[in-house]
Design a protein around this ligand. Structure first.
Ligand code: BGC
Length: 753
């Protein structure tokens, strides 16, 4: 339907029909208007599978949904560092939605991982907005290739579950733009999602659901979003305020009282009817985009998608450590210990909970002869001494012990945050006791976010599956025995302990809100700045082969910087390398993280094979968000481009000098500092000339060797002046009032030029 036809349709609707269309018909459907042929469309949870509820609806994952396929959760998918893979998972989900007549998949969830404690971190991608944004854009392109929409959530700054429906996430504009909005920006600009879901929380005091700056100013006016915004389930505070701010659809429905408040506001003149008409038109555009599309026949092939889930997890799991113990040999005498071997934890709790058609465990895939001892249950922290003894004996008798550990369901879920970062005590205890009798120990982790690993120095191999989806058992088996070569990279830093995390002193805040005091220094941006030791750094992941980087080069063309580096597989197994590009700003123009991810490419390499990783950097790749400019800004000066295996394993470095395309605004008044004037090429020559004159005058007056000249050098004068306001020029530069006024005027004119 064309925009014109939609406008016509809106004009035929009554005020009540229009207001009703702005809230759901029920838990999962939009409102229909039969007399005008307006159909209802269905939305369903994801993001890592389809949670379509045919029967009893809820947003806590309590009631059943149709049998579906559970893919690795967001925390795992981002570790693939593979855009093509994320897109292909999106394609699978898009087809599943089409086959099930679901018009909008409620995901991806792309909030930043500010603290490892956030209960929903397992759904989210990363602590890094670039990685999260690119993963999201690829996933969205995949889903929407089936003419099925996504709902990118939770917009914005929903980084904890504590007081998630009322608390305020408080931060400065630069932090908001660089960290908490940037992934959404990439998703919107690059993949044009059909819908956005606003979050429950307030942002700097204003509910996201009625935040005009967020929903209209930034999302639509700046980024060009052209779909509709829906509320998170129950996120609406004052409905009419939300509508005026840019929240088109309230979910779930029906909401007769809120609909009536909209109609009343229009009647009373408090709300312009044009605002309502626009909201209805935006919703209808998506309704018809879905219902009029004629994609190829879609089939929900659970077998094929299960296989896809297995292969996806093989690309996502991260080999955190390997002192040569892995891969295992299928003929070896092995003991599998820990409840997760038989009952893997492969997804998290809450609205994203998928009713999996089948789940594979490492135990059912294990080669014949593997001895299994449960030792501890997968769902609670409990020591059974007899079970422990049996497990330790099995470990002692085996060649290698493989301990399947992880977080029980109750430890991490939507709705509440973790209270600590530890594994259940029983698991750490079993690992300790096994290490006393067996040095060859592999720990396999099932967790949606980092855990403290006090035993990491003593255990030779650690494989993290994150929450690997329903195919996790088959994937673990393939990775442990080398049928697949691990290629996942950490999408978040694993600190040694919770207290090291930058949000530690300000998480989760109080009743009213939480201050993001660490600013832009989130995750590796903080650990790098503090030169802190971490357990495993961002971007880290081992492989069963090795890679060498060579021939790093760059060229400037058409306003962009093209960077390439050759990567060779120097080992004897085929493998994949996630080549990472970080930019380091050495201009000193702003307080920035030492390096930031600005590109990544995953290469598949046969033994001995060399391929070239290619990157394109634009001005934004070098920029930070300047509040005074109200825009992104890259200063002139030196930068380093780092090509790396991980954030702490840089393999090649290139130098680059940038010439700024924009200027930071300079307001010249009597309190502008000499330093600020010297930093701007319009005013610097004037100030320098004035200083030169001062120096010359002083040199005339003083004789060499005099006490004053010795006590204060020319460099010291310059350093002092940098922090002095112009108003002190009179005394410092020995000027008369008239001369100082003339200088101020001259500088003001120069700043306007
Ligand atoms: C969650 C959303 C989810 C919605 C519908 C809310 O509680 O925050 O992520 O899509 O419920 O289930």
């Amino acid at each position: 339907m064309t925009q014109e036809e939609i406008r016509k349709l809106v004009s035929q609707m009554t005020l009540e029909e229009k207001a009703a269309l702005c809230s759901g018909k029920d838990f999962w459907h939009t409102e229909s208007v039969e007399r005008l042929g307006i159909p209802s469309i269905m939305v369903s949870d994801g993001p890592h599978g389809l949670r379509k509820q045919d029967d009893k609806a809820d947003n806590l994952g309590v009631n059943d949904s149709i049998e579906a396929v559970c893919f690795p959760t967001g925390s795992a998918l981002a570790c693939s560092f593979d855009k093509a893979l994320a897109e292909s998972v999106g394609v699978c989900l898009g087809e599943e939605c089409r086959a099930e007549n679901v018009a909008v998949l409620l995901g991806p969830a792309i909030n930043m991982k500010r603290s490892p404690l956030c209960g929903r971190n397992f759904e989210y991608y990363s602590e890094d907005p670039y990685l999260a944004g690119k993963t999201a854009a690829a996933f969205i392109r995949g889903v929407q290739s089936w003419d099925v929409g996504v709902s990118v959530k939770h917009f914005a700054a929903n980084n904890q579950e504590f007081r998630r429906m009322t608390g305020s996430s408080n931060m400065d504009e630069r932090t908001l733009r660089e960290i908490y909005l940037a992934a959404f920006e990439t998703a919107v600009r690059e993949a044009k999602p059909w819908t956005i879901m606003c979050s429950y929380n307030r942002l700097n005091g204003v509910f996201a659901s009625e935040n005009r700056k967020l929903l209209t100013g930034i999302l639509r006016d700046e980024w060009g979003f052209d779909g509709f915004v829906m509320s998170d389930w129950g996120a609406v505070n004052v409905r009419t305020d939300g509508l005026a701010a840019g929240l088109e659809l309230q979910m779930p429905g029906p909401c007769p009282d809120d609909d009536a408040s909209i109609a009343e506001a229009v009647r009373s003149g408090a709300l312009d009817e044009a605002v309502l008409d626009e909201a209805v038109a935006r919703i209808l555009s998506i309704v018809f985009r879905y219902s009029e599309a004629r994609p190829p026949r879609a089939v929900f092939d659970r077998e094929a998608d299960h296989r896809k889930a297995v292969l996806t997890e093989q690309e996502c799991a991260v080999l955190l450590k390997n002192d040569g113990l892995l891969p295992l040999s299928r003929g070896a005498k092995l003991a599998y210990l820990g409840g997760f071997a038989a009952k893997p934890r492969y997804q998290g709790g809450g609205s994203s909970h998928i009713h999996s058609s089948r789940v594979s465990s490492a135990l059912e895939c294990a080669p014949e002869g593997v001895v299994y001892e449960e030792a501890f249950p997968a769902d609670r922290d409990e020591i059974d001494e007899a079970a422990f003894d049996r497990a330790v004996r099995a470990a002692a008798e085996a060649e290698t012990a493989v301990i399947f550990a992880g977080l029980p369901d109750s430890f991490e879920s939507e709705g509440y945050d973790r209270s600590h970062m530890r594994l259940p005590a029983c698991q750490n205890e079993l690992i300790r006791r096994v290490l006393a009798v067996q040095k060859r120990v592999v720990v396999v982790l099932h967790c949606g976010s980092p855990v403290e690993t006090p035993w990491a120095d003593d255990v030779p191999a650690v494989l993290c599956l994150y929450l690997g989806g329903e195919g996790v058992g088959e994937a673990a088996d393939a990775l442990l025995y080398g049928d697949a070569n691990p290629s996942g990279r950490l999408a978040e830093t694993w600190p040694r302990k919770l207290e090291d995390n930058p949000s530690f002193l300000n998480f989760p805040g109080d009743e009213e809100g939480v201050t993001y005091a660490e600013g832009v220094f989130v995750g590796y941006r903080y650990y790098d700045k503090k030169r802190m030791d971490v357990r495993w750094p961002f971007g880290h992941g081992e492989s069963y082969t090795s890679f060498a980087y060579s021939n790093a080069r760059l060229e400037e063309a058409d306003g962009v910087v093209r960077v390439s580096v050759d990567v060779t597989n120097t080992g004897s197994r085929a493998g994949k390398e996630a080549v990472q590009l970080y930019v380091a700003d050495d201009t000193g123009a702003a307080n920035r993280p030492p390096q930031e991810l600005k590109g990544y490419e995953k290469l598949t390499l046969a033994p001995g094979e060399t391929k070239t990783a290619q990157f394109t950097l634009d001005e934004r790749s070098f920029s930070w968000y300047s509040e005074s400019l109200g825009d992104w800004y890259a200063a002139s000066g030196p930068y380093r481009i780092l090509l790396a295996h991980s954030s702490r394993d840089v393999r090649a470095q290139l130098d680059y000098t940038l010439t700024a395309k924009k200027r930071l605004p300079l307001r010249v008044h009597s309190n502008t500092t000499v330093g600020a004037l010297l930093a701007d090429d319009r005013t610097a020559p004037i100030v320098r000339e004035a200083i030169r004159r001062l120096e010359a005058a002083r040199a005339n007056e003083e004789k060499p060797g005099e006490a004053a000249a010795e006590a204060i050098t020319a460099e010291m004068v310059e350093q002092m002046l940098i922090n002095s306001p112009l108003r002190s020029a009179q005394s410092f530069l020995g000027m008369s009032r008239a001369e100082a006024d003339a200088l101020l005027e001259k500088l003001q004119q120069a700043a306007q030029s």
